[in-house]
Design a protein. Structure first.
Length: 72
């Protein structure tokens, strides 16, 4: 059984959809989070195009919807 924090993270992750703007939780205090757009969502991975042009496929990254507008 997971903690309340883990449950909240799972709920946030499950809402990700193609075209949605996201931000990645940082690993260090004071580090600026990466922002990007969801390209595709698979069973265990999310493909993201970061604002710097790079593309990543994350299997368990901590991604959250970004307050920025969703890409169309």
């Amino acid at each position: 059984m997971g903690t309340l924090w883990e449950s909240a993270l799972q709920e946030e992750s499950m809402e990700l959809r193609k075209g949605m703007r996201v931000r990645e939780l940082t690993k260090k205090v004071g580090q600026v989070p990466r922002h990007g757009t969801v390209l595709s969502v698979h069973a265990h991975a999310v493909e993201i195009r970061w604002d710097d042009g790079h593309v990543s496929s994350l299997s368990n990254g901590l991604l959250f919807p970004s307050p920025e507008k969703t890409a169309r």
